[in-house]
Design a protein around this ligand. Structure first.
Ligand SMILES: [Zn+2]
Length: 146
């Protein structure tokens, strides 16, 4: 988490390099795992309150689909980049940004990796650089071999 003029957001992941865990909630009543973590209630059974516990899940899963982005309304983002819809091994389905522009296909195994902000080439990183503060590292995904 960073301080300053940027909007504060809850950290959604922990770790460094390839050792990345996603912060989630888990329903102790039915076992449903939700990402990002939330406190409204279990999406499967409706249980709420103390029945929802915080959990860390592996940032790895299987690609359901992917797309290469060649144009983005935020002109400060470097294109092209690849986004993918990933079914995490723990259950949640998430949209991720791939570290590389190498295409990924349905069924490919991928995992989260923390990359330096300059490699992520985001508007957020440029904002940090302009403010003279260290830019935050970014979570990206990369193909892995099983
Ligand atoms: Zn539940």
């Amino acid at each position: 988490m960073t301080t300053g003029s940027r909007t504060e957001t809850l950290p959604l992941h922990r770790g460094a390099g390839r050792d990345v865990r996603l912060l989630s909630t888990s329903c102790t009543a039915c076992g449903y795992v939700d990402f990002p973590p939330q406190s409204y209630g279990c999406r499967r059974c409706g249980t709420h309150g103390d029945e929802l516990s915080h959990a860390e899940i592996a940032a790895s899963g299987t690609v359901l689909m992917s797309s290469e982005v060649h144009s983005h309304p935020d002109r400060s983002l470097a294109v092209p980049f690849t986004v993918a819809i990933v079914a995490l091994s723990a259950g949640p389905v998430v949209r991720v940004t791939m570290r590389d522009t190498t295409p990924v296909r349905r069924g490919d195994r991928v995992a989260g990796v923390i990359v330096p902000a300059e490699a992520a080439a985001t508007a957020e990183a440029e904002t940090d650089a302009a403010a003279g503060t260290p830019a935050a590292a970014q979570l990206r995904f990369a193909r892995i071999e099983d």
